[in-house]
Design a protein. Structure first.
Length: 145
């Protein structure tokens, strides 16, 4: 069963979007819902998107293959222009953020966080990097080891 984004869960404030869905879904359904929100944000010509997936339940820790699928779909849906700050339950986030790394390797400018305050702080700190540079889990001028 495919699920698309419900616009009632999407909010636009200026050039920033917020997507906060709540549903019992499979991991694959969650990926499609988030991808739909990313495409919607791009259609609105937004710069940033905060995706809070904490309200999506029904799946556990994704496998490395599931993370790869997520990264590919994230890259396809967000493109290189939309900066995405994903918020997820801690138990869903890989300690090395492998899904984020795979997405960044495909041109995505995004990261994952456990709360919206951190996500917004990351977006605000990276406001200057909107012209094709990758923003990631590493602060500017600090090497990724």
């Amino acid at each position: 069963m495919e699920m698309s984004m419900d616009t009632k869960d999407f909010e636009q404030l200026g050039k920033r979007g917020f997507y906060r869905p709540s549903a019992r879904v499979s991991f694959e359904q969650a990926v499609e819902m988030v991808a739909s929100a990313m495409r919607h944000a791009r259609a609105l010509e937004l710069i940033d998107l905060v995706v809070n997936t904490k309200g999506l339940v029904g799946f556990g820790r994704p496998s490395i293959f599931a993370r790869h699928s997520l990264a590919v779909e994230w890259a396809r849906s967000a493109g290189a222009t939309l900066r995405v700050a994903m918020v997820a339950r801690p138990e869903v986030i890989d300690p090395q953020k492998i899904g984020v790394l795979m997405a960044q390797n495909r041109g995505v400018r995004g990261d994952v966080f456990t709360n919206e305050a951190e996500a917004l702080a990351w977006l605000d700190a990276n406001l200057t990097s909107t012209s094709g540079t990758k923003s990631g889990p590493f602060p500017p001028n600090e090497p990724a080891l």
